[in-house]
Design a protein around this ligand. Sequence first.
Ligand code: SF4
Ligand code: SF4
Length: 372
Amino acid sequence: MQYRTLGRTGLSVGAIGLGTEYLLEVPRAQAIGVVRRAVEEGVNYLDLFYAQPAFRDTMAEALDGLRDRVVLTAHLGAGERAGQYERIREPGRCATYIEDNLRRYRTDHVDVLFLHNCDEADDCDAIFAPGGLADLAEGFRREGRARFIGFSTHTVATAQRAIATDRVDVLMFPVNLTGHATPGRRELFEACLDRGIGLVGMKPYAGGKLLQAQPELSLSRVATGGPSLAVAPQPVTPVQCLAYALAQPGVTTVVPGCSDLSQLEDALAWLTAGDAERDFSAALAGFGRFRSGECVYCNHCLPCPAGIDIGAVMRLLDRARVAVTADLRDEHAALPANASDCRQCGACTPRCPFGVDPAEAMEEAARLLASP
Ligand code: SF4
Ligand code: SF4
Protein backbone atom coordinates (compact mmCIF):
# COMPACT_ATOMS: atom_id res chain seq x y z
CA MET A 1 0.00 0.00 0.00
CA GLN A 2 1.09 3.55 -0.56
CA TYR A 3 0.44 5.69 2.51
CA ARG A 4 -0.17 9.43 2.57
CA THR A 5 -0.83 11.98 5.27
CA LEU A 6 -4.44 13.08 5.57
CA GLY A 7 -3.92 16.82 5.83
CA ARG A 8 -3.59 18.37 9.25
CA THR A 9 -4.94 15.27 10.98
CA GLY A 10 -1.51 13.72 10.52
CA LEU A 11 -3.21 10.35 10.02
CA SER A 12 -1.37 8.04 7.66
CA VAL A 13 -3.92 6.57 5.25
CA GLY A 14 -3.64 4.22 2.32
CA ALA A 15 -4.13 5.83 -1.08
CA ILE A 16 -6.74 3.16 -1.76
CA GLY A 17 -9.44 3.16 0.88
CA LEU A 18 -12.72 1.30 0.95
CA GLY A 19 -16.25 2.55 0.52
CA THR A 20 -18.72 0.18 2.10
CA GLU A 21 -22.06 1.14 0.52
CA TYR A 22 -22.05 -1.87 -1.79
CA LEU A 23 -21.60 -4.21 1.16
CA LEU A 24 -25.00 -3.30 2.58
CA GLU A 25 -26.93 -5.93 0.69
CA VAL A 26 -24.43 -8.70 0.01
CA PRO A 27 -24.33 -11.83 2.18
CA ARG A 28 -22.76 -11.23 5.57
CA ALA A 29 -19.81 -13.59 4.98
CA GLN A 30 -19.04 -11.87 1.69
CA ALA A 31 -19.05 -8.41 3.30
CA ILE A 32 -16.79 -9.59 6.09
CA GLY A 33 -14.45 -11.25 3.61
CA VAL A 34 -14.06 -8.06 1.56
CA VAL A 35 -13.27 -5.90 4.59
CA ARG A 36 -10.83 -8.34 6.10
CA ARG A 37 -9.00 -8.90 2.82
CA ALA A 38 -8.81 -5.16 2.28
CA VAL A 39 -7.20 -4.64 5.67
CA GLU A 40 -4.79 -7.53 5.01
CA GLU A 41 -3.78 -5.75 1.81
CA GLY A 42 -3.00 -2.57 3.74
CA VAL A 43 -6.25 -0.66 3.27
CA ASN A 44 -6.74 1.31 6.47
CA TYR A 45 -9.24 4.03 5.59
CA LEU A 46 -12.83 2.82 5.56
CA ASP A 47 -15.86 4.97 5.03
CA LEU A 48 -18.69 3.69 7.18
CA PHE A 49 -21.83 5.76 7.09
CA TYR A 50 -24.76 3.37 7.19
CA ALA A 51 -26.70 3.31 10.44
CA GLN A 52 -28.65 0.11 9.81
CA PRO A 53 -27.98 -2.07 12.89
CA ALA A 54 -27.41 -5.31 10.96
CA PHE A 55 -24.89 -3.60 8.70
CA ARG A 56 -23.04 -2.13 11.66
CA ASP A 57 -22.92 -5.54 13.31
CA THR A 58 -21.50 -7.07 10.13
CA MET A 59 -18.83 -4.39 9.83
CA ALA A 60 -18.02 -4.70 13.54
CA GLU A 61 -17.47 -8.41 13.10
CA ALA A 62 -15.30 -7.75 10.05
CA LEU A 63 -13.15 -5.35 12.05
CA ASP A 64 -12.98 -7.51 15.16
CA GLY A 65 -9.34 -7.47 16.28
CA LEU A 66 -8.43 -4.96 13.58
CA ARG A 67 -9.61 -1.73 15.22
CA ASP A 68 -6.09 -0.44 15.81
CA ARG A 69 -5.14 -1.00 12.18
CA VAL A 70 -7.86 1.15 10.65
CA VAL A 71 -8.93 4.76 10.53
CA LEU A 72 -12.52 4.39 11.66
CA THR A 73 -15.03 6.89 10.36
CA ALA A 74 -18.61 7.66 11.33
CA HIS A 75 -21.22 10.08 10.03
CA LEU A 76 -23.16 12.42 12.27
CA GLY A 77 -26.47 12.91 10.49
CA ALA A 78 -26.89 9.48 8.90
CA GLY A 79 -29.81 7.52 10.27
CA GLU A 80 -32.28 4.94 9.13
CA ARG A 81 -36.04 4.70 8.73
CA ALA A 82 -37.79 1.39 8.10
CA GLY A 83 -34.48 -0.14 7.07
CA GLN A 84 -33.62 2.57 4.55
CA TYR A 85 -30.96 5.27 4.78
CA GLU A 86 -32.21 8.62 6.05
CA ARG A 87 -30.39 11.91 6.45
CA ILE A 88 -31.23 13.35 9.85
CA ARG A 89 -30.48 16.60 11.63
CA GLU A 90 -32.03 16.42 15.11
CA PRO A 91 -29.00 16.59 17.44
CA GLY A 92 -30.41 14.13 19.96
CA ARG A 93 -31.15 11.50 17.34
CA CYS A 94 -27.81 12.06 15.61
CA ALA A 95 -25.97 11.59 18.91
CA THR A 96 -27.85 8.38 19.59
CA TYR A 97 -26.63 6.90 16.31
CA ILE A 98 -23.03 7.76 17.20
CA GLU A 99 -23.39 6.20 20.66
CA ASP A 100 -24.81 3.13 18.95
CA ASN A 101 -21.93 3.21 16.49
CA LEU A 102 -19.30 3.18 19.23
CA ARG A 103 -21.10 0.38 21.05
CA ARG A 104 -21.50 -1.86 18.02
CA TYR A 105 -17.93 -1.31 16.82
CA ARG A 106 -16.75 -1.94 20.39
CA THR A 107 -14.53 1.11 20.45
CA ASP A 108 -14.33 4.23 22.58
CA HIS A 109 -13.68 6.58 19.68
CA VAL A 110 -13.89 7.08 15.95
CA ASP A 111 -11.02 8.71 14.11
CA VAL A 112 -12.99 11.00 11.80
CA LEU A 113 -16.54 12.06 12.62
CA PHE A 114 -18.18 13.46 9.49
CA LEU A 115 -20.90 16.07 9.39
CA HIS A 116 -22.91 14.07 6.94
CA ASN A 117 -24.15 14.82 3.45
CA CYS A 118 -24.68 18.55 3.51
CA ASP A 119 -25.32 20.12 0.10
CA GLU A 120 -27.43 23.21 0.75
CA ALA A 121 -26.33 26.58 2.09
CA ASP A 122 -29.09 26.80 4.70
CA ASP A 123 -28.35 23.28 5.95
CA CYS A 124 -24.68 24.17 6.17
CA ASP A 125 -25.48 27.34 8.13
CA ALA A 126 -27.67 25.36 10.52
CA ILE A 127 -24.95 22.76 11.05
CA PHE A 128 -22.42 25.41 12.03
CA ALA A 129 -24.86 27.57 14.02
CA PRO A 130 -24.64 27.50 17.83
CA GLY A 131 -26.16 24.23 19.05
CA GLY A 132 -25.86 22.68 15.58
CA LEU A 133 -24.24 19.42 14.57
CA ALA A 134 -20.76 20.96 14.42
CA ASP A 135 -21.02 21.82 18.12
CA LEU A 136 -22.20 18.30 18.78
CA ALA A 137 -19.24 16.88 16.87
CA GLU A 138 -16.88 19.12 18.81
CA GLY A 139 -18.41 17.80 22.01
CA PHE A 140 -17.57 14.27 20.90
CA ARG A 141 -14.05 15.42 20.15
CA ARG A 142 -13.63 17.12 23.54
CA GLU A 143 -14.75 13.90 25.22
CA GLY A 144 -12.18 11.90 23.26
CA ARG A 145 -14.88 10.00 21.37
CA ALA A 146 -13.87 11.49 18.01
CA ARG A 147 -10.39 12.58 17.04
CA PHE A 148 -11.12 14.75 14.00
CA ILE A 149 -14.10 16.36 12.34
CA GLY A 150 -14.96 15.86 8.69
CA PHE A 151 -17.57 17.23 6.32
CA SER A 152 -19.17 15.30 3.46
CA THR A 153 -20.83 17.07 0.58
CA HIS A 154 -21.38 16.93 -3.18
CA THR A 155 -21.39 20.65 -3.96
CA VAL A 156 -18.50 23.03 -4.35
CA ALA A 157 -20.31 26.01 -2.81
CA THR A 158 -21.24 24.14 0.36
CA ALA A 159 -17.77 22.66 0.66
CA GLN A 160 -16.24 26.11 0.44
CA ARG A 161 -18.71 27.40 3.04
CA ALA A 162 -17.77 24.59 5.41
CA ILE A 163 -14.02 24.82 5.07
CA ALA A 164 -14.18 28.60 5.53
CA THR A 165 -15.39 27.97 9.09
CA ASP A 166 -12.02 26.37 9.81
CA ARG A 167 -13.86 23.80 11.92
CA VAL A 168 -13.35 20.76 9.70
CA ASP A 169 -10.17 18.73 9.28
CA VAL A 170 -11.27 16.45 6.44
CA LEU A 171 -13.48 16.98 3.40
CA MET A 172 -15.19 14.12 1.60
CA PHE A 173 -16.15 15.05 -1.96
CA PRO A 174 -16.96 13.17 -5.20
CA VAL A 175 -13.84 12.93 -7.34
CA ASN A 176 -14.28 11.30 -10.72
CA LEU A 177 -13.90 12.06 -14.39
CA THR A 178 -17.52 13.12 -14.83
CA GLY A 179 -16.94 16.05 -12.49
CA HIS A 180 -13.70 17.19 -14.07
CA ALA A 181 -15.17 20.41 -15.44
CA THR A 182 -17.30 21.22 -12.41
CA PRO A 183 -16.97 24.97 -11.92
CA GLY A 184 -14.87 25.83 -8.88
CA ARG A 185 -13.75 22.29 -8.15
CA ARG A 186 -10.05 22.86 -8.72
CA GLU A 187 -10.14 26.01 -6.57
CA LEU A 188 -11.87 24.03 -3.83
CA PHE A 189 -9.21 21.34 -3.87
CA GLU A 190 -6.46 23.96 -3.77
CA ALA A 191 -8.16 25.67 -0.85
CA CYS A 192 -8.10 22.35 0.99
CA LEU A 193 -4.40 22.05 0.32
CA ASP A 194 -3.78 25.61 1.57
CA ARG A 195 -5.71 25.00 4.76
CA GLY A 196 -4.28 21.53 5.42
CA ILE A 197 -7.68 19.90 5.06
CA GLY A 198 -7.44 16.22 4.18
CA LEU A 199 -9.39 15.38 1.03
CA VAL A 200 -11.13 12.02 0.63
CA GLY A 201 -12.35 11.26 -2.90
CA MET A 202 -15.65 9.44 -3.00
CA LYS A 203 -17.52 7.92 -5.95
CA PRO A 204 -14.37 7.43 -8.07
CA TYR A 205 -16.33 5.25 -10.53
CA ALA A 206 -19.38 7.56 -10.59
CA GLY A 207 -21.56 4.78 -9.24
CA GLY A 208 -20.08 2.31 -11.72
CA LYS A 209 -21.10 4.30 -14.80
CA LEU A 210 -17.55 4.99 -15.81
CA LEU A 211 -16.82 1.29 -15.99
CA GLN A 212 -19.52 0.62 -18.56
CA ALA A 213 -19.42 1.31 -22.28
CA GLN A 214 -22.70 3.04 -23.04
CA PRO A 215 -22.45 4.87 -26.34
CA GLU A 216 -25.91 3.62 -27.32
CA LEU A 217 -27.32 4.92 -24.09
CA SER A 218 -25.84 8.32 -24.69
CA LEU A 219 -27.16 8.43 -28.24
CA SER A 220 -30.58 7.18 -27.27
CA ARG A 221 -31.00 9.85 -24.62
CA VAL A 222 -29.84 12.60 -26.94
CA ALA A 223 -32.30 11.31 -29.52
CA THR A 224 -35.14 11.44 -27.01
CA GLY A 225 -34.25 14.89 -25.82
CA GLY A 226 -32.82 13.73 -22.50
CA PRO A 227 -29.49 14.91 -21.19
CA SER A 228 -26.49 13.21 -22.72
CA LEU A 229 -24.70 10.90 -20.38
CA ALA A 230 -21.42 11.94 -18.89
CA VAL A 231 -19.72 8.72 -19.89
CA ALA A 232 -16.85 8.10 -22.24
CA PRO A 233 -17.59 6.17 -25.42
CA GLN A 234 -15.27 3.44 -24.15
CA PRO A 235 -15.33 2.09 -20.63
CA VAL A 236 -12.70 3.41 -18.30
CA THR A 237 -10.90 0.90 -16.11
CA PRO A 238 -10.96 0.99 -12.31
CA VAL A 239 -7.22 1.71 -12.38
CA GLN A 240 -7.75 4.72 -14.65
CA CYS A 241 -10.60 6.01 -12.46
CA LEU A 242 -8.47 5.73 -9.34
CA ALA A 243 -5.41 7.18 -11.04
CA TYR A 244 -7.48 10.17 -12.09
CA ALA A 245 -8.88 10.74 -8.59
CA LEU A 246 -5.52 10.34 -6.89
CA ALA A 247 -3.91 12.74 -9.34
CA GLN A 248 -6.19 15.62 -8.37
CA PRO A 249 -4.67 18.28 -6.13
CA GLY A 250 -5.03 17.53 -2.45
CA VAL A 251 -6.73 14.14 -2.84
CA THR A 252 -5.16 11.85 -0.24
CA THR A 253 -7.26 8.73 -0.48
CA VAL A 254 -10.14 7.39 -2.53
CA VAL A 255 -12.92 5.11 -1.31
CA PRO A 256 -14.08 2.88 -4.17
CA GLY A 257 -17.11 0.79 -3.33
CA CYS A 258 -16.36 -2.93 -3.68
CA SER A 259 -19.04 -5.56 -3.30
CA ASP A 260 -16.79 -8.59 -3.71
CA LEU A 261 -13.17 -9.69 -3.73
CA SER A 262 -12.79 -9.33 -7.45
CA GLN A 263 -13.83 -5.67 -7.32
CA LEU A 264 -11.42 -5.17 -4.44
CA GLU A 265 -8.62 -6.66 -6.54
CA ASP A 266 -9.58 -4.35 -9.41
CA ALA A 267 -9.12 -1.39 -7.10
CA LEU A 268 -5.88 -2.61 -5.56
CA ALA A 269 -4.49 -3.12 -9.05
CA TRP A 270 -3.80 0.63 -9.03
CA LEU A 271 -0.88 -0.07 -6.69
CA THR A 272 1.04 -2.17 -9.17
CA ALA A 273 -0.21 -0.66 -12.43
CA GLY A 274 2.29 0.93 -14.77
CA ASP A 275 2.05 4.37 -16.31
CA ALA A 276 0.28 3.11 -19.43
CA GLU A 277 -2.43 1.36 -17.39
CA ARG A 278 -2.95 4.42 -15.23
CA ASP A 279 -3.06 6.82 -18.16
CA PHE A 280 -6.51 8.44 -18.14
CA SER A 281 -5.75 11.24 -20.55
CA ALA A 282 -7.76 9.79 -23.46
CA ALA A 283 -10.81 9.35 -21.24
CA LEU A 284 -10.50 12.88 -19.93
CA ALA A 285 -11.20 14.34 -23.34
CA GLY A 286 -14.81 13.24 -23.05
CA PHE A 287 -15.39 15.18 -19.85
CA GLY A 288 -14.42 18.70 -20.76
CA ARG A 289 -17.95 20.02 -20.37
CA PHE A 290 -19.87 20.21 -17.12
CA ARG A 291 -23.01 18.11 -17.04
CA SER A 292 -25.51 17.26 -14.35
CA GLY A 293 -28.65 15.23 -14.08
CA GLU A 294 -27.09 11.77 -14.11
CA CYS A 295 -27.91 9.28 -11.39
CA VAL A 296 -24.95 7.62 -9.68
CA TYR A 297 -27.23 5.27 -7.68
CA CYS A 298 -26.08 6.64 -4.33
CA ASN A 299 -29.53 6.59 -2.66
CA HIS A 300 -29.02 9.93 -0.96
CA CYS A 301 -32.61 10.65 -2.04
CA LEU A 302 -33.97 8.08 0.43
CA PRO A 303 -35.98 7.37 2.51
CA CYS A 304 -38.97 6.77 0.28
CA PRO A 305 -42.33 6.38 2.03
CA ALA A 306 -43.25 3.72 -0.51
CA GLY A 307 -40.13 1.74 0.37
CA ILE A 308 -38.62 2.05 -3.11
CA ASP A 309 -34.87 1.48 -3.42
CA ILE A 310 -34.54 4.42 -5.81
CA GLY A 311 -30.93 3.68 -6.76
CA ALA A 312 -31.87 0.13 -7.75
CA VAL A 313 -34.76 1.33 -9.92
CA MET A 314 -32.55 3.98 -11.51
CA ARG A 315 -30.00 1.32 -12.47
CA LEU A 316 -32.74 -0.65 -14.22
CA LEU A 317 -34.11 2.49 -15.83
CA ASP A 318 -30.73 3.41 -17.31
CA ARG A 319 -30.53 -0.03 -18.87
CA ALA A 320 -34.13 0.14 -20.03
CA ARG A 321 -33.44 3.44 -21.79
CA VAL A 322 -31.16 1.45 -24.08
CA ALA A 323 -33.49 -1.50 -24.57
CA VAL A 324 -36.39 -2.84 -22.56
CA THR A 325 -36.08 -6.58 -22.10
CA ALA A 326 -38.16 -9.21 -20.34
CA ASP A 327 -35.27 -9.75 -17.90
CA LEU A 328 -35.28 -6.10 -16.92
CA ARG A 329 -39.03 -6.21 -16.37
CA ASP A 330 -38.62 -9.32 -14.24
CA GLU A 331 -35.88 -7.69 -12.15
CA HIS A 332 -38.08 -4.65 -11.68
CA ALA A 333 -41.08 -6.75 -10.71
CA ALA A 334 -38.97 -8.70 -8.21
CA LEU A 335 -38.01 -5.60 -6.22
CA PRO A 336 -39.85 -5.41 -2.87
CA ALA A 337 -41.20 -2.04 -4.02
CA ASN A 338 -40.79 -0.70 -7.53
CA ALA A 339 -41.48 2.37 -9.65
CA SER A 340 -45.18 1.52 -9.92
CA ASP A 341 -45.45 2.02 -6.16
CA CYS A 342 -44.26 5.62 -6.38
CA ARG A 343 -46.78 8.02 -4.84
CA GLN A 344 -45.26 11.07 -6.50
CA CYS A 345 -44.84 12.68 -3.10
CA GLY A 346 -41.72 14.48 -4.35
CA ALA A 347 -39.81 13.98 -1.10
CA CYS A 348 -36.84 12.47 -2.92
CA THR A 349 -36.29 15.19 -5.52
CA PRO A 350 -34.75 17.96 -3.39
CA ARG A 351 -32.48 15.40 -1.73
CA CYS A 352 -30.65 14.44 -4.93
CA PRO A 353 -27.27 16.16 -5.05
CA PHE A 354 -26.79 15.34 -8.72
CA GLY A 355 -29.68 17.22 -10.29
CA VAL A 356 -31.79 14.13 -10.97
CA ASP A 357 -35.55 14.29 -10.48
CA PRO A 358 -36.19 10.78 -9.11
CA ALA A 359 -39.96 11.30 -8.95
CA GLU A 360 -40.06 12.01 -12.67
CA ALA A 361 -37.71 9.08 -13.28
CA MET A 362 -40.07 6.76 -11.39
CA GLU A 363 -42.84 7.71 -13.82
CA GLU A 364 -40.56 6.88 -16.73
CA ALA A 365 -39.44 3.63 -15.09
CA ALA A 366 -43.01 2.57 -14.45
CA ARG A 367 -43.87 3.32 -18.07
CA LEU A 368 -40.93 1.30 -19.43
CA LEU A 369 -40.66 -1.47 -16.88
CA ALA A 370 -44.05 -2.20 -15.40
CA SER A 371 -45.38 -5.49 -16.66
CA PRO A 372 -47.78 -4.94 -19.56
S1 SF4 B 1 -31.58 10.07 -7.90
FE1 SF4 B 1 -29.84 11.26 -7.09
S2 SF4 B 1 -29.76 10.81 -4.89
FE2 SF4 B 1 -31.09 9.26 -5.86
S3 SF4 B 1 -29.76 7.52 -6.32
FE3 SF4 B 1 -29.74 8.82 -8.16
S4 SF4 B 1 -28.02 10.27 -7.92
FE4 SF4 B 1 -28.40 9.33 -5.90
S1 SF4 C 1 -41.75 10.59 -5.23
FE1 SF4 C 1 -41.95 8.37 -5.35
S2 SF4 C 1 -39.84 7.62 -5.28
FE2 SF4 C 1 -39.81 9.72 -4.51
S3 SF4 C 1 -39.98 9.52 -2.27
FE3 SF4 C 1 -42.05 9.83 -3.11
S4 SF4 C 1 -42.87 7.77 -3.39
FE4 SF4 C 1 -40.64 7.55 -3.15
